[in-house]
Ligand binder design. Structure first.
Ligand code: AMP
Length: 626
């Protein structure tokens, strides 16, 4: 493996090993950690006051457009919800369709213009993506550790949930790059938790491990099998809307009923709702140590006993145990097969959670590490392994540069990320962009930049004989198979007809280590401008889709749309078309939003008509949308 260090300040490539940091980029909180020296334990970095290691994963935009992250942003959550973005991890790598079901739970605005495109978040007419917002959190963590150590850091290991798919992982990598970090590895959170306990570092060790992770708003359980230093996720289960917040809500409900308070107060009296929420969380934490909790609210004495709290939350904890049962069934294991159970997330401090998990797996739990920090500490251990600071741990063969194909507008779409273990095989689905398209050119590139023009072209071929269909309908799978010698086979297959074509490429042929290092350096130094160009091209591509779909909609529904409606749509369409000739992504996004805000109710009306007509047994072919 090529070991390349980059000094971002000087902009040169250096031989010496620098610090590699571990980052837990969480839904509620994030942390940064590192291993100070060989043989030393990993350490999470605290804030300037030396108090907290946790950084709330919250980004706030103030009136002047400047950005604050962490505790300062959290303070704005109640008073300025539309400018304060939280839970951005839930949006990573997702399309509007994916997140539509929980949009109402978020206080800020998610944009719905092209349902298949990645989501955007609007604040004051500026459009942000989960990647750029996560990059702000990562920059904050990078600055925190740089201040603490008094040196620049540029390399990181970042953790993601085991269930994250390829595009969610790629979005996390992109966020790192935008924050000025060379992301050496994306590691599964349960794997990191196991590493923090030293599990898997001895390559002769074979273990089956359960990682139970109950945070503020999400729950997941993963079953890992570890052999020869390789961590396999055998199964994972969970609920992305279950966590300590539900415990808080149970306490709030209890107090509201016990005191005959009207639930309207929670909606209408901001001061009251914030106070009761804070008190509920305080009570919950106190009950992890004591048998009862009392406080005063609205001049009334409120109390809660541990036994009542436990009976309220038992059904919630029971749901996590059901997930454990399913995960164990999927992995084909029984409790006696499991060697270790590791507890992650602040909510595992609740004694009832501890007891029920212990009873289910019939063994003592690993709780010696701080459950809030364990994932970041494990990421730091993985970083130390990559830096060669961990003795006796073997580094596996990895691919030194990312491999991908060119997509619309000359963008690089990575299929195998840099630093992936090899051999490996990965596939992704694509489609056509023109009605009736029969051929598709597959151009293969290597490199870290967002535009293929800046990367290295490895080869190209044409998939011929795609059955002609409307744009977006054919399903074309592009598969990359990379063997241990760096030989890459790229195969494209149209899944309905089965037509396929492939090429074989020597990916490492004709490139020196110095050239590879330069490509990496360029990608980090140009990350911001690359990402801006990418965002502009993506906005133009989406606008193109919206234009095609709207044109189609107007043609199909001309019969019942009023003249005024048609002329409004045409006017908004023209504005969108002219915006795509410019170079400002926010103007394009704004034009898409305006068109969408106007056309969405009409699209719903069209849908209702189709349903009504089908119920009354009429022929609906004339209004069928393909
Ligand atoms: P995480 O997302 O892992 O940071 O978990 C945060 C959740 O853990 C929040 O719901 C906290 O209220 C909860 N939590 C933190 N400390 C405790 C504690 N001592 N007892 C119960 N819950 C806690």
């Amino acid at each position: 493996m090529a070991k390349i260090s980059i000094n971002l300040k000087k902009g040169n490539i250096q031989k010496q090993e620098d610090v590699i940091i571990g980052i837990d980029l969480g839904t509620t909180n994030s942390l940064v950690a590192y291993v100070p020296a060989e043989g030393k334990p990993a350490r999470a970095i605290k804030d300037q006051e030396g108090k907290n290691t946790l950084v709330p994963s919250i980004v706030h935009f103030d009136q002047t457009g400047s950005i604050v992250v962490g505790d300062e942003a959290k303070n704005k959550l109640e008073i300025n919800p539309e400018r304060t973005i939280y839970s951005v991890k839930r949006l990573m790598g997702k399309s509007y369709d994916d997140v539509a079901s929980f949009q109402k739970l978020l206080g800020y605005r998610i944009i719905n213009e092209d349902t298949e495109a990645l989501v955007k978040i609007e604040v004051d007419g500026k459009y942000h993506t989960p990647v750029t917002l996560s990059a702000e959190i990562l920059k904050h963590l990078k600055a925190r550790i740089e201040n603490n150590l008094g040196q620049v850091v540029s390399k990181a290991v970042i953790t993601v949930p085991a269930y994250f798919n390829d595009s969610q992982r790629q979005a996390t990598r992109d966020a790192g790059k935008l924050a000025g970090l060379d992301v050496l590895r994306i590691v599964n959170e349960p794997t990191a938790a196991a590493l923090a306990y030293g599990i898997g570092l001895d390559s002769s060790e074979e273990k089956k491990v359960v990682v139970y992770d109950l945070g503020g708003g999400t729950f997941d359980v993963s079953i890992l099998e570890i052999q020869h230093g390789i961590f396999d996720v055998m199964s994972t289960h969970g609920d992305t809307f279950l966590g300590g917040d539900d415990f808080d809500r149970a306490i709030i409900e209890h107090w509201m009923t016990a005191n005959n308070w009207d639930t309207v107060l929670l909606e209408e009296d901001k001061g009251f709702s914030q106070s009761i929420r804070l008190l509920a969380e305080k009570a919950k934490k106190a009950l992890s140590k004591k048998d009862s909790f009392s406080a005063e609210l609205k001049g009334t004495q409120i109390t809660i006993r541990k036994q009542d709290f436990e009976s309220m939350i038992r059904p919630i904890v029971e749901r996590t145990i059901e997930s454990c049962k399913k995960a164990m069934k999927d992995a084909g294991f029984a409790p006696k097969d499991i060697d270790e159970v590791i507890m992650v997330g602040g909510s595992t401090r609740v004694p009832l959670v501890h007891d029920m998990v212990k009873a289910f797996f019939e063994k003592d739990l690993n709780t010696s590490q701080n459950p809030d920090e364990v994932v970041a500490l494990g990421a730091a251990v993985q970083a130390a392994v990559l830096a060669g600071k961990q003795k006796g741990v073997l580094l596996l063969d990895i691919t030194p540069l990312s491999l991908g194909i060119e997509t619309m507008g000359g963008l690089m779409d990575v299929i195998i990320s840099r630093n992936s273990k090899i051999p490996t095989a990965l596939a992704r689905n694509y489609t056509t962009s023109i009605d009736g398209q029969k051929n598709l050119k597959i151009s293969v590139f290597q490199g870290e930049r967002d535009l293929v023009a800046h990367n290295r072209k490895l080869g190209e071929f044409i998939l011929q004989g795609i059955p002609p269909r409307p744009a977006g309908i054919p399903k074309i799978e592009v598969q990359f198979m990379l063997d241990a010698d760096g030989i890459l086979v790229v195969k494209a297959k149209e899944l309905r007809s089965g037509v396929e074509q492939q090429i074989t490429i020597k990916s490492q042929y004709g490139i020196s280590e110095a050239e590879m290092a330069k490509m990496l350096l360029d990608s980090i130094q140009n990350a911001k401008s690359d990402m801006e160009i990418k965002a502009l091209l993506e906005a133009k591509n989406e606008a193109q889709n919206v234009i095609v779909n709207t044109d189609r909609f107007v043609k199909q529904h001309k019969s019942w749309l009023s003249e005024e409606q048609i002329s409004s749509i045409v006017r908004l369409l023209d504005e969108l078309k002219s915006s795509t000739k410019g170079e400002d992504k926010d103007v394009i996004n704004q034009a898409m939003t305006s068109l969408n805000d106007y056309a969405t109710p009409l699209a719903h009306e069209a849908m209702d008509k189709v349903i009504q007509e089908s119920l009354s047994g009429q022929d609906i072919n004339s209004t069928k949308v393909d």
